[in-house]
Write a protein that binds this ligand. Structure first.
Ligand code: FNR
Length: 189
């Protein structure tokens, strides 16, 4: 069975290294996974008043529906000030509401964090894990993927040119495919 994986990229930047990494992962996906980017940059900021008044913006409604339809979620994110970038945190909040109807609940997840710096956005990776615990997104533990020095990993067309990173991502996706099956089996889905 092919599992649909929603990919959330934490940066809205046109030349985003994280988007390049997400696309590189889509090119490396095993036959059992189908990665699709779920766009988050244009989601209006979360405000509970709108849910309370049953007047959620169409962008929230469509995001929640898309998220509900995937089998698993993959986060590919930079770090902003040692934490999760605001667009991604907003998407997490939008997907988690209305209360009791979280679209995240039970979906297996995985995180790849990417930075031009040496630490590979470790802080964002682990702050994100904290939210995923609360949202009941069982998250792949190993291998971890903190990808630093990311400006050197792509050519001018955005193609991944580093063999070590390619091998790491391939192994990561294989492990994630196994994790999705194991998690789904446990939950009977
Ligand atoms: C950054 N950047 C950054 N990098 C990092 O490794 N740790 C950090 O805490 C921060 N903080 C931070 C805050 C803000 C507001 C910005 C705009 C940037 C740098 C960041 O990693 C870099 O811009 C990446 O290239 C962003 O990812 P994309 O857009 O290339 O995917």
């Amino acid at each position: 069975m092919v599992r649909r994986v929603g990919v959330l990229v934490g940066s809205p930047r046109k030349a985003s290294l994280n988007r390049k990494m997400a696309l590189a992962m889509a090119a490396l996906q095993p036959a059992s996974l189908a990665l699709e980017i779920i766009e988050i940059a244009r989601l209006p900021l979360y405000n509970q008043d709108l849910d309370d008044a049953d007047s959620a913006p169409p962008e929230w409604v469509s995001f929640r529906e898309t998220l509900s339809g995937v089998d698993a979620v993959l986060f590919v994110t930079p770090e902003h000030n040692r934490s999760v970038p605001a667009p991604l945190k907003n998407a997490i909040d939008v997907g988690s509401r209305p209360y009791g109807k979280s679209a995240w609940n039970g979906k297996p997840g995985a995180i790849v964090s990417v930075s031009p710096g040496a630490l590979g956005a470790f802080g964002a990776n682990h702050h994100l894990r904290q939210s995923l615990v609360f949202l009941n997104v069982p998250c792949l533990q190993q291998p971890e993927a903190y990808i630093g020095g990311a400006t050197k990993l792509f050519d001018s067309d955005g193609k991944l040119i580093n063999d070590t990173t390619r091998d790491l991502l391939s192994g990561f996706l294989t492990a994630f495919a196994g994790w999705i099956e194991a998690t789904r089996l446990k939950s009977g889905s």
